[in-house]
Design a protein around this ligand. Structure first.
Ligand SMILES: Nc1ncnc2c1ncn2[C@@H]1O[C@H](COP(=O)(O)OP(=O)(O)OP(=O)(O)O)[C@@H](O)[C@H]1O
Length: 701
């Protein structure tokens, strides 16, 4: 078999010629028929048109799964994966074999696996540059000339686009020349409408656009043309910059898109946004045309559609940002715009495109469009659908009602109106807090979900007792359930104290029972049910101290499993407070309280956190200050409510069962105000009642 060098391919293998290679020249070349005749049977499956077309065109943008040009454009080349032997019988053939082997070595030197490569065909390989991305696609299309003496390749992954060519021998004598260097070529062609043989749209295509409500005038203004490919007429969208034709994108009857080979990717309609303050970016040429029908000329379309999803990676450097080159190469036009309206498709890829564009343009000047409903259930997908289904007025409305592009962490009150409405109408309940159960204290303190109350007081002042009594009241009034992390309490002691308050009878009648009737077995059994139903216990079974995050994780589980509305952590010093050596206690407390507050807010759970005051040297028996809390002033700074529990121990100063509840801080005026309320403590049942003799409440806001 004789291998003949196809003269149409010769220019490919000089360093400059690859850039001048066009789809058209390859496509129209009469030599393909020669090739076909010459290389049978090896090339019997070699498609003269489509494969060249697909190899040397940029990646098509269509998301149509049936598209033969989709994703990697390899449809015509799949047979290349079947290795075919090359039979070389005479000296010329041996020489061809030699140069093919040299060529293979060169290709292997740049990382290509040439084991299954066949001359005269398109071979699918793993691209050594990008390794086929996450999917490890065989995205490199390698064409080896039928004589095995030269090769040209391109990677079809938009993010890679690696392309190049090489030949076995740079000169005439294979033995006298060193191996030529592998070249990478990324230069862009200059094109003209004449060269591309673009023609005015025929009546059939005008009718096609007319059905989509795109007028002839709009088509003319945007230079929409047609072109013959094979026997097919395709739509040609011309891409101009400063009045010069830069590229052309084609669309066939099956909605396959492809771009003129080796031309720059720019926005479609780029000249329309020059000097504009407001710019609209859409996802396709049809949408750009639709925008014009609605009166928006300041609109461009991206040249190659949307990505499947938002990239999780950092933004690449502009020169490496292959897919979005069209943004970088018109950055001046974009820079002068003060508002960029992203009117991409409403589907996930369209939204991913909006996000990718916004990431690059700067979200602060981006707006986004929500497409209106097409029918009762589904929304219009894009601008052209809005135009077709709802008309130009609706399209104008959609653009005029574009909303600010969301920026993570930056909100408007509007974003919270549902929540604020619920607050105003008090539909969630407890918006103004649950009363404590003691009328005099209710004027000062009410329990609001999601808040943090710090409770302090000197040792034995009755902090834990008072909190338990409060929980019992809240359960009785509002049915709240609680998670208890009370490290100092034995479980049975804690159960006793809670049951006494609930049943209002002593657990025992010895000593403190004072001949008051003891709770009956029935009452006790019922009480046990109430205990189990109302409280979840957070306890560290082993000897080590629990950390705050450990407690909060379990509290979260209690919220989700049992619907608890309150968490008690009693006391602070029984938690594990190991901190890094470079962190002060103040910093640590601040961070810890932030964690607790986040938990409270996120789960709408009120947290009572008991903290002891530091040692009071000259204590004269009065209530301590919140600033006396050991560890940090952050306790008072960060809490929503600060309460000091104090009890009188001097019979001359007043009744010794009197408890002073000093409300020292109330951040939320809806919840109460600062002041003191006096309760009387029942030693037998642990209950508290308002002290009627001391009903005056001091308010010192
Ligand atoms: N007003 C009061 N009159 C008399 N005894 C009280 C009063 N309040 C609490 N007590 C008793 O004081 C003891 C300690 O109460 P409690 O555990 O609630 O105090 P505390 O402030 O939490 O203590 P600690 O600082 O040790 O954590 C209990 O036996 C309780 O019955």
């Amino acid at each position: 078999m004789r291998l003949r060098y196809p003269h149409t391919l010769l220019p490919l293998f000089s360093s400059s010629s690859l850039t001048t290679m066009t789809t058209q020249t390859l496509f129209l070349s009469s030599s393909f028929s020669n090739l076909k005749n010459t290389f049978s049977p090896q090339t019997h499956s070699f498609y003269p048109h489509r494969p060249f077309f697909t190899v040397f065109c940029s990646k098509p943008a269509s998301r149509n799964p049936s598209s033969p040009l989709r994703t990697n454009g390899y449809i015509g080349a799949s047979h290349a994966s079947i290795p075919r032997p090359v039979h070389l019988e005479n000296p010329e053939e041996k020489s061809a074999e030699l140069q093919f082997n040299i060529l293979k070595k060169k290709l292997e030197a740049v990382g290509m696996e040439t084991g299954i490569c066949v001359p005269g065909q398109y071979n699918h390989l793993l691209c050594p540059e990008c390794l086929g991305g996450d999917q490890e696609e065989r995205s490199l299309s390698l064409y080896i000339a039928p004589d095995g003496g030269s090769a040209v390749w391109v990677c079809f992954r938009a993010k890679c686009g690696w392309r190049g060519s090489t030949q076995a021998f740079a000169g005439s004598s294979p033995h006298s020349r060193a191996m030529s260097q592998v070249m990478q070529v990324k230069r862009k062609r200059k094109i003209t409408e004449e060269e591309l043989q673009l023609e005015p749209l025929c009546d059939e295509l005008l009718a096609y656009f007319s059905e989509r409500l795109i007028s002839k005038e709009t088509l003319l203004r945007n230079g929409v043309k047609q072109r013959k490919y094979d026997d097919q007429i395709v739509i040609a969208f011309t891409y101009y910059r400063n009045g010069a034709l830069i590229s052309c994108k084609y669309r066939d009857i099956n909605k396959n898109f492809w771009q003129e080979a080796d031309t720059e990717k720019i926005f479609y309609g780029l000249d329309d946004i020059v000097g504009q303050n407001d710019i609209i970016i859409v996802e396709g040429e049809m949408d750009k045309l639709a925008m014009e029908e609605a009166g928006f000329f300041n609109c461009v379309s991206v040249p190659d559609g949307a990505p499947p999803s938002v990239s999780s990676k950092e933004l690449p450097r502009p020169e490496k940002d292959t897919k979005y080159q069209y943004l970088w190469n018109c950055k001046d036009e974009l820079k002068q715009a003060t508002r960029v309206i992203l009117a991409t498709d409403g589907d996930p890829p369209g939204q991913a495109l909006a996000e990718e564009l916004a990431r690059r343009i700067g979200k602060e000047k981006c707006w986004r469009v929500r497409w209106p409903k097409k029918r009762r259930s589904d929304n219009c997908k894009d601008a052209n659908e809005v135009l077709m289904y709802l008309g130009p007025e609706a399209l104008r409305d959609a653009i005029e009602n574009a909303e600010l592009y969301p920026i993570r962490g930056l909100f408007n009150f509007r974003d919270y109106f549902d929540e604020i409405d619920a607050y105003y109408h008090r539909t969630l309940g407890y918006e103004i807090g649950v009363p404590t159960g003691w009328d005099n204290l209710n004027e000062l303190y009410n329990v609001v979900p999601g808040e943090l109350t710090i409770v302090t007081g000197v040792p034995n002042s009755g902090k834990s007792e008072w909190i338990d009594a409060l929980l019992c009241n809240l359960n009785q009034r509002a049915g709240w359930k609680f998670a208890l992390c009370s490290m100092e309490n034995k479980v049975r002691e804690h159960a006793r104290k809670l049951l006494e308050k609930h049943v209002k009878k002593p657990f025992f009648n010895e000593r403190y029972g004072e001949n008051v009737e003891r709770m009956s077995v029935e009452e006790y059994e019922q009480g046990k049910l109430w205990l189990s139903d109302t409280f979840s216990l957070i306890r560290c079974e082993d000897d080590c101290l629990p950390s705050v995050s450990w407690v909060l994780d379990l509290a979260k589980a209690a919220v989700l499993r049992h619907g608890v509305r309150g968490l008690v952590i009693d006391p602070y010093n029984e938690l594990d407070h190991q901190r890094p050596s470079n962190q002060t206690e103040t910093e640590y407390v601040s961070q810890m309280l932030t964690l607790i507050k986040r938990f409270a807010q996120h789960h709408g759970c009120h947290v009572w956190f008991v903290a002891h005051p530091r040692q009071l040297h000259n204590w004269v028996g009065g209530p301590p200050n919140l600033y006396d809390i050991s560890g940090s002033a952050h306790f008072i700074n960060k809490c929503d409510n600060g309460i000091v529990i104090h009890r009188n121990r001097d019979p001359d100063a007043g009744p010794i069962d009197q408890v002073q509840v000093c409300v020292r801080k109330v951040r939320n005026k809806v919840a109460g105000t600062v002041g003191d309320a006096f309760l009387l403590y029942n030693r037998v049942t642990g209950e508290y009642t308002p002290d009627d003799n001391k009903s005056a409440v001091k308010k010192r806001r």
